[in-house]
Design a protein around this ligand. Structure first.
Ligand SMILES: Nc1ncnc2c1ncn2[C@@H]1O[C@H](COP(=O)(O)OP(=O)(O)O)[C@@H](O)[C@H]1O
Ligand SMILES: [Mg+2]
Length: 365
């Protein structure tokens, strides 16, 4: 028998491999698109076997079958197979991509603990971005503790429904939609699994954002299932982690970083909230809390500090009245949020630029 080479060898290899079936998907691995980067030069055959999950229980068996079949072909001197995995995008992710196709950057504001000012930072970051001339949306994904309707003074309103989609409400130049409009905060605490995922799907898929430069997400606190689902469903530009100087814990921040790493979301940086005290009367900064743990933590994890928002009673009173402090001119609070927004814009641009260099195939994690 003649030794095969060139295109003929390539064809023969693919034909041989099409006899290998994926036992779960009941299809052959060639038509499933698992064979990639096939090379056959000089009879040295090499290709990637790209599976849907790194945890594929039969990966070694599939590899062995491939090796055996290819080795049996005439003209083959060696076979090198590299196992890779490219997780399929979930149907939720596919639909979310469609809903958000005109959104340029999605920034998740996250915290490892509740009560650190995550929602206040998210609201004022969104307002500062909008004031700089960007088209901005704010999605309140904190199903158990939605607070954006209150922070924008829109708690009594409801979003319009048009063609079975929510039209976000507008506040301080920001388009805002909240899980709180689907389920009132008081009742959400009793929501269980299927209802939570229903609310999550509606909020991710049923809002008509239109064209946006930035969509800011007010994420639920912590690193649970909802957070992971949101991160996997949306193509996030990056995450901003909010922490107070006192409540900061290496362990909690480490958990947050590990979660974003796992779902491949870059961390843009950390925001120190409620840092120095600004008293209402004198507008001076007072370092009454002692040294902050945030800079050290940022150093340990190699992430930048994006901003420091002072502890200010005015932030509480204005927020309670539904007037985001970033909307005011000439206040130290407004200036701090604007500085934060500038740092976030830069970090997001950097993250987007480095994303373009990423390889197409998603390697196993
Ligand atoms: N920089 C700040 N100075 C003073 N109070 C703040 C500051 N940031 C947030 N707060 C207050 O802290 C409380 C919790 O903030 P919130 O944004 O709801 O936190 P989270 O979303 O993390 O639970 C609110 O009463 C809010 O007004
Ligand atoms: Mg909140």
């Amino acid at each position: 028998m003649f030794a095969l080479f060139g295109k003929n060898l390539e064809k023969a290899v693919l034909e041989a491999l099409s006899g290998v079936m994926d036992p779960d998907l009941h299809k052959d691995i060639v038509s499933l698109g698992f064979i990639q980067n096939l090379k056959t030069e000089g009879g040295e055959v090499g290709f990637d076997l790209v599976l849907t999950t790194p945890a594929c229980p039969v990966k070694e068996d599939l590899k062995a079958q491939c090796t055996q079949r290819v080795q049996a072909l005439s003209g083959v001197k060696s076979v090198a197979i590299e196992l890779k995995s490219a997780p399929r995008r979930s149907p939720l992710a596919e639909q979310a991509a469609e809903t958000l196709r005109d959104v340029r950057s999605i920034i998740a504001v996250s915290s490892c603990k509740g009560g650190v000012g995550k929602s206040t930072v998210a609201a004022n970051l969104a307002v500062s971005l909008a004031r700089s001339g960007a088209a901005v949306g704010l999605l309140d994904a904190d199903i158990y503790g939605p607070s954006q309707p209150t922070l924008f003074g829109l708690a009594e309103k409801k979003p319009w429904v048009e063609d079975q989609r929510f039209v976000p409400l507008e506040g301080c130049g920001v388009r805002m939609m909240s899980a709180g409009y689907l389920f009132p905060p008081g009742e959400a605490a009793v929501l269980r699994g299927p209802m939570v995922s229903n609310v999550l799907q509606q909020i991710l898929l049923k809002t008509r954002w239109g064209g946006l430069d930035y969509l800011v997400l007010d994420m639920p606190p912590g690193t649970g299932d909802i957070q992971i689902t949101v991160c996997q469903a949306l193509r996030l530009t990056g995450a901003v982690i909010v922490s107070t100087p006192q409540k900061i814990s290496l362990l909690d921040v480490g958990k947050g970083i590990a979660m974003f790493d796992k779902v491949k979301v870059p961390i843009l940086g950390i925001v120190e909230n409620m840092s120095e005290f600004i008293c209402d009367g004198c507008d001076k900064h007072h370092a009454i809390f002692g040294p902050s743990g945030v800079p050290r933590l940022a150093e340990i994890y190699g992430i930048p500090v994006l901003g420091r928002i002072p502890f200010s009673p005015r932030i509480v009173t204005e927020s309670d009245r539904g007037r985001p402090p970033a909307f005011a001119d000439g206040t130290p609070e407004g200036a701090a949020y604007r500085e934060l927004a500038t740092a976030v814009v830069r970090a997001a641009a950097k993250a987007t630029a480095s994303e373009a260099d990423l390889p197409v195939v998603d390697i196993a994690w």
